[in-house]
Design a protein around this ligand. Sequence first.
Ligand SMILES: NC(=O)c1ccc[n+]([C@@H]2O[C@H](COP(=O)([O-])OP(=O)(O)OC[C@H]3O[C@@H](n4cnc5c(N)ncnc54)[C@H](O)[C@@H]3O)[C@@H](O)[C@H]2O)c1
Length: 434
Amino acid sequence: MFANPLTAVVVGAGHRAVVYSSYAHWHPDELRIVGVADPDDFRRSQFAESHDIPPERRYRTAEELAAAGPFADFAINGTMDPQHVPTSLPLLDAGYHLLLEKPFATSEGELWQLVDAARRNERTVGICHVLRFAPFYAAVRARVAEGAIGQVLNVQTVEHVSYHHMAVAFVRGKWNRVDRCGSTMLMSKCCHDLDLIVWMKSGVRPTAVASFGDLTYFCPERAPENAGTRCLVDCPIEAECLYSARKHYIDHPNRWAFYVWQPLEHIPNPTIEDKIASLQGDNPYGRCVWKCDNDVVDHQSLTVTFADGATATHDMVGGAAKPSRSIHLLGTEGEIQGNFEDSRFVIRHIDPRPGHETAEEVVDLKIGGDMHGAAGGHGGGDLRLVGDFLRVVRGEEPSLSTTTLDDSIYGHLLGFCADRSREEGRIVEIRTAE
Ligand SMILES: NC(=O)c1ccc[n+]([C@@H]2O[C@H](COP(=O)([O-])OP(=O)(O)OC[C@H]3O[C@@H](n4cnc5c(N)ncnc54)[C@H](O)[C@@H]3O)[C@@H](O)[C@H]2O)c1
């Protein structure tokens, strides 16, 4: 029990900030949300009511909230990618520590602007790399840190983005165009994986990267013959199509509901009829996946080299039948291989005895689910991350998973440089400019 809960303000009361703020409902003795800023009237008042925030502590923008002077211990910034830096700068100048969503910047220039402001104001900025707090990755990292496989020579990470996740987020959805969401697919989807790679290398500097990738499937040239433009309006092949909006969002009405049914969020309990009408109307999730305005890649690979000579690869492929994140680390004294969704990994060592070849230790976490029902997504990482940040703000020792801004710089630089490599068709050196 804590005598005085820490207090936080929320900037951008959207899907992610609501999840992080739910920590205050689960642990009122540790956290209280005392202010909110969001230009959306409905979201601002709904969020304020759920945390009993008085009218005088409800603001339209981060700038207005910052101008009121600091009245909480820290701010949770859950705005969309292009707003992360512009909204964080006034909060840092006002004196708030920050828990900030990833990717924390949309360019190298923005990255250094934020780092400078955090250092100048001597504020702590925690980045929401939630996978570091998932028991699977935390356990893998702990074994690497204790030297179970010696020096890490190579890290291989693979992310298969499921067909329904790909369609909802990167084809029909909010992260489907760089000029709209500010981020490439690598930065919006895989900045977690790039962070994991650098984390597993214990912060050794990445020095150069080469990357390839393209948009080859979710584009008009690949549309099936006779495909319409909106699944429930003008598509004669809807019944056979694997990407039918009816199959994805009506047959599974709760799947990705916070994205798909955002146009209906002002209606308390929308019916199936409301949802069908929305998909038939101007809801972007009713569009044909081959006839959207998406321009982000649907697959990308990269190879990176580190200051100690180690290498790493990451492969992202969108449209897989099953979501999967896997990791394989090879070190001087062994290897670790596992799959996030299985919550299970294997540590292997050479066993030269006659009749043997490899000694295996299986680590089966069987946690898979989450800490607090649906609110604790990412294998339980979401709310563990908040708990960890509270400990840091209280001045306690950081954990192995703690992600400060300084810890995030290499992973983000790696992503920006990989995208430059992909666009310019050349190897890009990673310079830290520090
Ligand atoms: N950590 C993760 O694993 C993870 C997962 C999904 C999304 N994200 C990231 O989380 C962020 C938020 O995503 P979301 O889906 O919750 O977004 P969202 O659109 O639901 O919420 C963003 C909110 O910010 C508000 N806003 C806009 N301008 C503002 C301003 N100037 N001041 C205050 N509020 C402002 C909007 O009105 C909106 O309510 C994104 O950057 C996304 O990439 C992270």
